[in-house]
Ligand binder design. Structure first.
Ligand code: NAD
Length: 418
């Protein structure tokens, strides 16, 4: 079962795969396969009915050689130490892949947010922020949104931190609302980088994006924005899914109407603009030109990979392929444009938000999107250059080679500290 694949082991395997293509000794490489520290904490929070409930929460600081730890906070029943650690490691190599000055971190609380009221979620978030306070800060570790968290949660973390520290430090978290020091373009940034990578990929492979069919698994922040922006590029988004199931229309879906339906009803189920309903597996194995997994890790296992019909996958989610799926798709010459590049738009605009917070100066949406495009397309060019210059078997391995070398160089230049 894909869910039994340990994402932390997947990360370590990805680093091992790149070992042959980097000039880094085995001891130094081994260091890059383990987190620097992982905080595990139990939050005791009063519920609306006066009872007290306990929640397990984590923050992993994987590597800080290139700058402050950076990464999202996830609220999900599946959150575990291994998942948070893997996600924090992927952040290290993502920030290095797009060459922004951060290390990698990630956090999470094991809960299903639909089971809690807004005031309970606020108390849970403030309790977590209180535990995080000694470890975070704009020069230490900077949380951001991830699955089931957004501007609201970031505003609560910022407010808790600033109140306890008796300071004003908006750069302590990113992904905030504009009025709380957020950046233009942050909400759309992850989906935008997915679109940019898909656009560059079609161009690189001499294919026509405006004639392409697209299926998107996971219609949340990353997936729905990617779908909309790809539709704006002329692509035909024929199927989308969320945890309630998948909807499809071979003539193309109206991605904005699908999102409105999900906002209104809470899910894609019953969306009247679709002609068919599909299972999640049917969506993943559809005959489309481009598949975008944008839900959770391990969505595509070896079995699904063998049946997958798309010839190109652009990973919006973190770690959506199991290592076996990666091998199968590699053997089948399916182009997989890796998560650490494709979804790096989120952390890149988080970086812009942090820069703006430090400068107390806001950029226009146009500037944010222009600077994002420059960073993503440069990283794409570096990926393709490395892929062609080496015999790296996959685009992922080539991207990891670029990223690992950057992290290693920073560590080496700093010297060794016991
Ligand atoms: P989200 O909570 O907004 O959306 C996740 C979506 O996936 C939801 O619509 C949910 O219903 C759906 N989903 C869950 N399980 C599913 C399943 N089995 N089949 C189909 N759909 C399913 O989360 P998000 O922020 O869009 O994050 C999605 C992925 O993108 C995660 O892997 C996350 O780490 C990654 N990511 C997000 C950002 C960001 O800025 N939001 C940045 C980088 C990477």
């Amino acid at each position: 079962m894909a869910n039994e694949v340990n994402p932390f082991e997947s990360l370590q395997e990805q680093i091992d795969d790149a070992a042959t293509y980097v000039d880094v000794g085995p001891d130094r490489l081994e260091r890059l396969k383990h987190p620097q520290r992982v905080l595990e904490t139990t939050l005791a929070v009063e519920m609306d009915d006066g009872s007290v409930e306990l929640f397990t929460a984590f923050r992993s600081q994987f590597n800080g050689d290139r700058g402050p730890y950076k990464g999202g906070v996830r609220y999900h029943p599946q959150v575990s130490r291994e998942e948070v650690t893997a996600l924090s490691g992927w952040m290290v190599f993502k920030c290095a892949a797009v060459d922004i000055p951060y290390g990698g971190g990630k956090g999470g609380i094991k809960l299903n947010p639909v089971n809690y009221s807004a005031s309970e979620l606020e108390r849970i978030t403030r309790s977590f922020a209180t535990e995080l306070r000694p470890f975070i800060g704009e020069d230490r570790d900077i949380p951001a949104p991830d699955v089931n968290t957004g501007q609201r949660e970031m505003n609560w973390i910022k407010d808790t931190y600033e109140t306890l520290e008796n300071t004003t430090e908006p750069g302590v978290v990113t992904g905030k609302a504009l009025e709380s020091g957020g950046s233009e373009g942050r909400v759309e940034a992850t989906g935008r980088s997915v679109m940019l990578v898909a656009r560059e990929a079609f161009d690189y492979l001499d294919r026509d994006l405006s004639a392409a069919t697209v299926a998107v698994q996971g219609y949340g922040n990353a997936g729905s924005v990617a779908a909309k922006l790809l539709e704006d590029q002329g692509a035909n988004v024929v199927a989308v899914s969320d945890s309630s199931g998948a909807v499809c229309d071979p003539d193309g879906l109206d991605t904005r109407a699908a999102k409105d339906h999900k906002i209104e009803t809470g899910s894609l189920a019953g969306f009247s603009g679709a002609s068919e309903e599909l299972s999640n597996r049917e969506l993943l194995t559809m005959d489309v030109d481009l598949l975008i997994p944008a839900a959770l890790e391990n969505a595509i296992d070896g079995d699904i990979a063998r049946d997958l019909q798309a010839n190109m996958v652009v990973e919006a989610a973190n770690g959506p392929l199991t290592p076996e799926a990666d091998d199968v798709l590699g053997d089948r010459d399916v182009y997989v444009f890796p998560d650490i590049l494709a979804n790096a738009g989120g952390v890149t605009v988080s970086y812009f938000e942090w820069v703006q917070n430090r400068q107390r100066f806001s950029w226009s949406l146009e500037r944010v999107n222009d600077e994002l495009e420059t960073i993503i397309t440069s990283a794409f060019d570096e990926l393709v250059e490395r892929y062609e210059a080496t015999d790296a078997p996959t685009l992922r391995t080539a991207m990891y080679a670029v990223a690992i070398e950057r992290v290693h160089r920073s560590a080496t230049e700093a010297g060794f500290w016991p």
